[in-house]
Design a protein around this ligand. Structure first.
Ligand code: A3P
Length: 301
């Protein structure tokens, strides 16, 4: 996917019925010599920048299942990226883009973004849209990110793991700092209609979290429908679902012999990647970075 024409994103007109699903990207990078600058107040997206980012497919699938009251067939009507377009993505030729898809969809639309909160088009907040933000602990995030970069053939090589981890910690990967991202939405959650959820909570008690999301969306669902949605959106169910597992992405883009898109789906897999030294250094850095904004993020469940 290609990000071009930042002005189109910035000027996007949301309707008040639209729902935004926001996450920090698991992978994002730049080809060619152009660069992306993402600071707290600005973003420079040069023409021809190419970004590749994974989707927050789990939350998307849960939301779509809730909106369709657990109807499996309706949820299989199209691949994730068609059902819930990715706001800031465009193809290199500009013919396929999240915005192009959104322009031919009637609200209410479910829209995915990886933009940090200060870059979300104003119209979302002016219209009073609801947003769901999912945070995942940074250790599992960076591991997931790393393996995605390894399997994505249009991504620059992630390079050695220690260097990659360093880039994550210093906010040098695409879409900037994980710390700024999670803190930005957290601080605004009571000022805007933001439901802030955690990957680890979804793993631990999916019935509770799916119920919270349904209530946030104003949907009264029966206990059996909630349980059905939980079953439809398990890691194994989604991995087998071609409309939810990105199997539509060709092998020329995803080298599935290196890693699956639906890789492990676990909390605590970082323990298989981090050395003891890396873990200690990360913890120290994390404490400093989060001191001003203690978000209850869990690294294990
Ligand atoms: P891993 O690489 O750790 O396996 P996103 O969808 O936001 O890009 O995030 C991708 C990560 O979410 C991957 O993590 C993927 O396996 C995991 N994931 C996707 N669907 C999931 C589900 N239903 N349950 C648990 N984890 C899921």
């Amino acid at each position: 996917m290609v990000v071009k024409y930042w002005a189109r994103v910035e000027k996007f007109q949301a309707s008040k019925e639209d729902l935004l699903i926001a996450t920090y990207p698991k992978a994002g990078s730049v080809q060619k010599t152009e660069h992306i600058t993402m600071k707290t107040t600005q973003c420079s997206l040069n023409n021809e920048i190419i970004l590749y980012v994974k989707g927050t497919t789990w939350t998307q699938e849960v939301v779509d299942s809730i909106l369709n009251e657990g109807d499996v067939e309706k949820c299989k009507r199209a691949p994730t990226q068609v059902r819930m377009p990715f706001l800031e993505m465009t193809s290199k030729d500009g013919l396929t883009s999240g915005i192009t898809r959104l322009e031919v969809m009637d609200p209410p639309r479910v829209i995915k973004t990886h933009l940090p909160i200060q870059l979300v088009p104003r119209s979302f907040w002016d219209a009073g849209c609801k947003a769901i933000y999912m945070a995942r602990n940074p250790k599992d995030t960076v591991v997931s990110y790393y393996h995605f970069d390894r399997m994505h053939l249009h991504q620059p090589e992630p390079g050695p793991w220690p260097h990659y981890l360093e880039k994550f910690m210093t906010g040098q990967l695409g879409w900037g700092s994980w710390y700024d991202h999670v803190k930005g939405y957290w601080k605004e959650r009571h000022n805007k209609k933001i439901l802030y959820i955690f990957y680890e909570d979804m793993q631990e008690d999916p019935v509770c979290e799916v119920t919270r999301i349904a209530e946030f969306l104003g949907r009264q669902l029966s206990k059996s429908t909630i349980e059905n949605i939980v079953q439809m959106t398990t890691f194994s169910a989604m991995r087998e679902n071609p409309m939810a597992n990105y199997s539509s992405i060709p092998d020329s883009v995803f080298d599935r012999t290196v890693s699956d898109f639906m890789r492990k789906g676990q909390v605590g897999d970082w323990k298989n990647q981090f050395s003891a030294e890396e873990d200690a250094a990360f913890d120290e850095h994390y404490c400093k970075m989060m001191a001003d904004c203690p978000i209850p993020i869990r690294f294990t469940i």
